[in-house]
Ligand binder design. Structure first.
Ligand SMILES: Cc1ncc(COP(=O)(O)O)c(C=O)c1O
Length: 384
């Protein structure tokens, strides 16, 4: 394998805006206050200051009060993905509903729990609710009640789409009608570039069947390994009861809480400004290089652009050729709930610098053209 020059593969935060000095100061202050807490186990919910900080984050964004005692700190939001699935699953083979293309970490966790995944097609408004309803009817006829619906309704990974409020209300209504819990994964919350922010599902319904997951990975860094879930009793107790790790890292939580003492918004605004420049540049380079043969999403938040490539591309060859020229991306198959080799790829733009984006997209575009097996103009004009 050649040197990795253009890493469009991983959904990492921007390393250039990492607040090293401010975190150092926060760490010193936090550790001074921590002797007692570090000599004890954190408990199921975790460090109170961090839960208060995240309750403020949620409350500021959603405009509703959020109880810090409804927040459970986790080892990244990935632990929350697994914990909620374990709490809601009754047996291997249980059914779960999710978007047809979804986050590979979630797919891997659900596969290892042996959940039966039912993928629902997407459109530019996220999970298609007509298709969801049809699937629920069909499953009911077969005597199968899904254990939960997992949805990334904001800056969907990989497509970047946002579900509008009317669809959110319809999803809540549909789930309530069939008595199915909804696990809303808002991992990219606050990585926002423009336009209105749609409300989280938990802010539109106080039904305890609404479960919400969020993370510090995308606004601070995944190495911090801090995420959380928000659930209301009795669902809260049910999820906490499925946890057997003695709680999450108090040291990391206390430092981050200290760092965010005045709210998350100053740092989020700073990082979003840097990320938006990279998103714009990636879109600009794609438009220069691939307009005639590909279409792609134009995300208003999050870290990804989802690209539809021509059907006539040898996808394995494309991946290998790109890799040999130092370009990494994630192929469509990684996101398909049933591992289907679909003609898409996902570009993550947060981790690269602008020079790498400016050089890397043309290299990728050449690889795409060289691995086509025809010269015909593709007949698709939309992503789905
Ligand atoms: C949709 C989604 N959920 C969860 C995660 C897990 O993130 P973390 O465990 O770092 O919070 C990711 C990471 O990329 C993601 O894209």
């Amino acid at each position: 394998m050649s040197e990795l020059l253009y890493d469009f593969g991983s959904g990492r935060a921007d390393p250039y805006t990492f607040p090293t000095q401010a975190l150092k100061r926060a760490a010193e202050k936090a550790i001074d206050k921590l002797a007692d807490a570090l000599a004890d186990y954190p408990g199921g919910l975790g460090h109170l200051g961090m839960r208060q900080s995240m309750a403020r984050r949620e409350s500021d964004r959603e405009g509703i009060p959020v109880d810090p005692d409804h927040i459970v700190l986790t080892n990244g939001s990935m632990q929350a993905v697994t914990l909620t699935a374990q709490a809601l699953q009754e047996a291997p083979g249980d059914t779960v509903i999710l978007e047809e293309y979804s986050y590979p970490g979630t797919l891997a966790a659900y596969r290892s729990l042996k959940l039966d995944m039912q993928g629902i097609p997407l459109d530019e408004h996220g999970m298609r609710l007509d298709a969801l309803e049809d699937r629920l009817v069909k499953l009911e006829q077969e005597g199968r009640r899904p254990k939960f619906i997992y949805a990334i309704s904001t800056y969907q990974n990989p497509s970047g789409f946002v579900m509008p409020k009317t669809n959110r209300l319809a999803l809540i209504e549909l789930a309530a009608r069939y008595e199915i819990p909804v696990v809303e994964d808002n991992c990219y919350a606050d990585v926002h570039y423009e336009g209105p922010v749609e409300p989280a599902l938990y802010a539109l319904s106080d039904d305890p069947n609404q479960i919400y997951l969020c993370s510090l990975s995308k606004i601070l860094g995944p190495g911090v390994r801090l995420g959380y879930l928000l659930a209301r009793p009795p669902m809260l107790e049910r999820i906490v009861a499925s946890r057997h790790d003695a709680g999450s890292n108090t040291l990391a939580a206390a430092i981050v809480a200290e760092f965010y003492e005045d709210g998350i918004w100053d740092h989020a605004t700073y990082t979003n400004t840097a990320l938006k420049i990279k998103r714009d540049l990636t879109l600009e380079k794609l438009a220069e290089e691939l307009t005639d043969i590909c279409v792609w999403s134009k995300p208003v938040g999050g870290l990804f652009i989802w690209v539809r490539i021509p059907d006539d591309i040898d996808r394995k060859k494309l991946y290998e050729l790109a890799e040999s020229r130092g370009v990494k991306y994630l192929p469509g198959i990684s996101f398909h709930y049933a591992n289907k080799n679909v003609p898409y790829l996902r570009l993550a733009f947060g981790h690269l610098n602008e020079t790498q984006i400016g050089e890397g997209i043309p290299v990728l575009a050449r690889c795409i053209r060289e691995t086509r097996t025809s010269n015909e103009r593709p007949d698709f004009t939309a992503l789905f």
